[in-house]
Design a protein around this ligand. Structure first.
Ligand SMILES: [Mn+2]
Length: 433
């Protein structure tokens, strides 16, 4: 039985409650979960997919409800100002998102949610990492992703997608996959038995449906626009992204309540500047905000992706530590982060805009033992040309290459700026094996 059509707000509230009931009474649950960095793309992919599939399920759905999980504790939502800027457009707030806090504690989750009662659909990643992965990886039964295929999801996903292909935003792939379901929903009336309030009639249904569609469409649009720089990034934008933006924008524009006030570029600028507005976050939170971690042959790799330059982070570290040397304060902060996460290899990738307006990337690699030192050096040699690595320094600021007490550290400009963590992470992981 499909779920009756409702708003995103109504759906998330319902799903949260139904999840609790399902856990308490050992019912089957289908989770739709994004990656551990929990960026905008991961969040909107899981929400869009779960919403549309719950209302237009495949004939052999594992459970009636698809529950979208944002792969972070609820408190971490506050570290994502772009989420907070976007929520009003979808008529929801932080409390509506379903996060790790809505699942039983990871140390006891296995006894509360038995693996055989679950099915996991991965969006915006294709290997379930961390503690959840240890327990539930063998229950993954579908994927839509735009990262390199790690070969972990079975080929036969029976009724659910196994779609891994290139696109600027994974949300474009989800939009494409769910298009028929969505069009079906947009075209059908609300549930036939629905009781109408006084003064309300059947014709009001279409106004309501258009508003709900537009709210969902804005949610999806935000991710695609952020991931493709408003379709202006030549390296990232694919034809599918352009199609998806047109498709979603049309849904916004056919909603009389929202169309007049909607301008795509203004919308993009608002979400984008919110994303970069991380000045009031602590440096440790900035490093944690867009962070991914892997276990590679018993060695732990962590990569932070930061939307501010190293120079900015150094000044921030200096102020926070009330220190004299920005450089020293920064390195101490990085070392603390790496120690707390028990990393053997820590990488920081930055994006920023130069004083002349150019998009630029920096790459910092810090190895903490013999094995990762040799892996890091191997990576630096092998990937140098592809990534366009160039020794880093500013006019009055350098971080010297460091080699001593079982550590190695180096910083570069990454001149081939088209390569994000999506490419850099596989290169480093390859060097670690
Ligand atoms: Mn993505």
């Amino acid at each position: 039985m499909p779920l009756p059509r409702t708003s995103l707000r109504g759906f998330l509230a319902y799903a949260k409650g139904a999840l609790r009931t399902a856990i308490d009474s050992s019912q089957r649950i289908t989770f739709v979960i994004g990656n551990e960095s929990a960026d905008l793309d991961s969040m909107t992919c899981s929400v869009l997919y779960a919403y549309l599939r719950s209302m237009v399920p495949p004939h052999n759905a594992f459970s009636q409800l698809y529950v979208p999980v944002t792969n972070i504790p609820s408190s971490d939502i506050q570290m994502r100002p772009e989420f907070l800027a976007l929520f009003p457009y979808a008529n929801i707030d932080s409390s509506h998102l379903i996060t790790l806090d809505d699942l039983p504690d990871l140390s006891i989750i296995q006894s509360k949610i038995r693996p055989e009662n679950t099915k996991w659909i991965l969006v915006d990643h294709n290997a379930l990492q961390g503690q959840l992965g240890k327990i539930y990886a063998h229950r993954v039964g579908g994927v839509i992703d735009h990262h390199e295929d790690e070969g972990e999801v079975p080929q036969d996903t029976d009724g659910e997608p196994r779609k891994i292909s290139k696109s600027g935003s994974c949300t474009s792939l989800v939009t494409e996959y769910c298009r028929q379901a969505w069009d079906l929903l947009s075209g059908s009336a609300l549930s036939p038995g629905r009781a109408y309030a006084q003064g309300e009639s059947l014709s009001d249904d279409s106004t309501v449906i258009k508003l709900w569609d537009a709210e969902m469409a804005q949610l999806g649009l935000a991710s695609i626009l952020i991931d493709t720089a408003n379709l202006q990034s030549r390296d990232k934008t694919t034809e599918l992204d352009t199609w998806a933006v047109e498709y979603l924008e049309a849904k916004v524009m056919s909603c009389p309540k929202l169309s007049a006030g909607f301008d795509r570029s203004t919308f993009y600028r608002e979400i984008d500047s919110a994303k970069k507005d991380i000045g009031r976050l602590k440096l440790q939170d900035i490093l944690r905000k867009d962070y991914k971690q892997w276990d590679e042959g018993g060695q732990k790799l962590g990569i932070s992706s930061v939307v501010k330059s190293i120079d900015f982070q150094q000044r921030k570290a200096c102020v926070e530590a009330e220190a004299k040397s920005p450089n020293k304060a920064y390195l101490e902060a990085l070392e603390n982060f790496a120690k707390e996460s028990r990393l053997d290899l820590y990488v920081v990738m930055t994006t920023s805009t130069s004083s002349t307006g150019d998009f630029q990337r920096e790459l910092l690699v810090w190895a903490f033992n013999e094995r990762t030192i040799s892996a890091a050096r191997k990576f630096a040699t092998k990937a140098s040309e592809e990534l366009g690595l160039e020794d880093w320094h500013l006019a009055d600021n350098t971080i010297e290459e460091y080699n001593g007490d079982n550590q190695w550290r180096k910083v570069w400009w990454q001149r081939n700026v088209q390569h994000s963590r999506k490419r850099v992470a596989p290169l480093i992981r390859e060097a670690m094996t």
